[in-house]
Write a protein that binds this ligand. Structure first.
Ligand code: FRU
Length: 493
């Protein structure tokens, strides 16, 4: 094992025991230090492994390692020692994002981007990105002598060798495929498809999709998979311009749905939408479960706010709750993995509660909860203008979820959540409400709120650093509204 990897593992062994009490209850973190993108999210020998961009030594981004956890049910995770460290010439400045696959002989293959920075004469830094592999047994991995397996020479003519990263690998029959992000001649993103018979020798197949500066610039962290008769491409664009309430500016997330043209190996787009409408969501990756579900996990953070943390915490960055995906009527739907329901404890419910003004309901509170609130007009003539759901509330703090039927929009506002940073704390997005019935499923953990609207038609993720003692919930409306509430404590030991 290299010195760099040994050092990371020693550091983990020494300090991880101290941070346990400050971690979320069921969302993945690095345990200590910094994490960003999920990597290598894939089944291996009957379990699901998840790696992540990781810098154990600080709560800021640094030379990228791969941290490692695994799970059987997406809720309880077992921590494994760091898997990769930047210790070879071709990845000396970082082991960037990538994927994983089980080889036919049972070994576990990781494919990632090796980064090598070179200082130019003028003092600026040029980064070279190539694709590399490491093979192991689910705990220890050996970088292969054939690295890099896809080097700069294989980038299509005119495209960037500096922005060429994040291979997502999968196996299809006898062949391996990988998609990765690249920057084309016009400076904007392109997703490239490569093919191999042994995961070592790769050939370029096609450009699956190009950005043409329409949805951001560089496209990072692609994932590409068939789902419900469609082909789905997930990308994380940099330098996005806002488009209505659908896409927010900056580091955004985009889902392209269409069909795959077998001749050109190109995605024929039919629809484009945001994946998640919250403040904190980036670089999602998916896997296929044994029972055929497409499950997605993402970094629940945003680059723009990645320097804003709660000072005392010794970890920075967490993953979303894994979500089951489906495509209906040309839209991507997502719902929490069904395994979460096994952790539902005490249930409290209310039906047909009339809200007119502000109300709280006995027993409806908590911070590690799975709560569904169904809202509908109180009577046929009810013309309410807004409905508000306050969560994570105490005398000082609250986070607000507001629905306006006239504009059909939801606004989530964490301005008063106790996050002491002058950043964007509000996100508003359109929803489609049929027959006046709106369903809000709110999953809360110690530092997060994830909202699923109308059975997964929209999802929105938010980091909250509100003290865990702030657990009150209240409902309010300026007109008459009827609500049903079903709340479970989540018991995750
Ligand atoms: C996306 C990203 C990837 C890269 C990694 C580096 O968040 O910029 O493109 O591989 O983070 O940590």
């Amino acid at each position: 094992m290299s010195k760099a990897l040994q050092r990371a593992r020693d550091f983990e062994a020494k300090y991880l025991p101290y941070t346990r009490s400050e971690l979320p209850h069921f969302h993945v973190t690095g345990g200590i230090g910094w994490i960003n993108d999920p990597n290598g999210f894939a089944p291996y020998k009957g379990e699901y492994h998840l790696f992540f961009q990781y810098y154990p030594y600080d709560t800021k981004w640094g030379p990228m390692h791969w941290g490692h956890v695994k799970t059987r049910d997406f809720i309880r995770w077992e921590r494994l020692p760091a898997a990769l460290a930047p210790d070879s010439d071709y990845d000396r400045d970082g082991c960037f994002s990538g994927g994983a696959v089980e080889l036919p002989d049972g070994r576990h293959l990781l494919m990632y981007t090796g980064v090598r920075n070179v200082r130019r004469h003028d003092g600026s830094i040029e980064s070279f990105q190539t694709q590399c592999i490491a093979i192991g047994d689910g705990v220890d991995y050996r970088k292969q002598p054939c690295n890099p397996v896809i080097d700069s020479a294989m980038v299509p003519e005119g495209n960037s060798v500096h922005d060429f990263r994040d291979p997502k690998i999968w196996r299809e029959g006898e062949a391996f495929y990988a998609v990765m992000g690249n920057r084309s001649r016009d400076g904007s993103g392109e997703i490239l498809l490569f093919k191999s018979s042994d995961a070592q020798h790769w050939e370029f197949v096609s450009v699956v999709s190009s950005c043409h500066n329409q949805y951001g610039r560089m496209w990072e962290c692609p994932d590409f998979f068939p789902l419900d008769g469609k082909e789905v491409l997930l990308v994380s664009p940099q330098e996005m311009d806002a488009i209505g309430l659908e896409f927010h500016p900056g580091n955004a997330n985009v889902c392209l749905i269409g069909s795959f043209d077998q001749k050109t190996c190109h995605l024929m787009r039919q629809s484009v939408q945001a994946i998640d409408y919250g403040l904190d969501f980036y670089a999602p990756q998916t896997l296929l479960t044994e029972d055929g579900r497409r499950v997605m996990i993402a970094w629940m953070q945003n680059w723009e706010t990645s320097t804003c943390k709660q000072m005392e915490l010794r970890f920075m960055g967490q993953m979303t709750l894994p979500r089951e995906l489906s495509v209906k009527n040309g839209r991507l739907y997502q719902n929490p993995v069904r395994e979460l329901e096994q952790y539902r404890g005490v249930r409290i419910d209310y039906y047909n509660v009339l809200i007119n003004g502000e109300t709280s309901l006995r027993g409806i509170s908590g911070r590690c909860t799975d709560m569904t609130v169904t809202v509908r007009p109180g009577n046929e003539n009810s013309m309410y203008k807004w409905f508000r759901l306050y969560v994570a509330r105490d005398g000082e703090h609250f986070t607000l979820i507001r629905y306006r039927p006239d504009t059909n929009t939801i606004k989530v506002d964490r301005t008063h959540s106790g996050f002491p940073h002058d950043i964007v704390n509000v996100r508003e997005f359109p929803v489609s409400v049929k027959n006046g019935v709106l369903k809000l499923r709110v999953i809360m953990d110690r530092y997060s709120l994830e909202l699923f609207v109308n059975d997964g038609e929209q999802a929105a993720s938010f980091v909250l650093y509100t003290p865990e003692t702030a657990g009150a919930v209240s409902f309010s409306s300026d007109g008459s509204v009827l609500v049903d509430v079903e709340k479970y404590e989540l018991e995750i030991k």
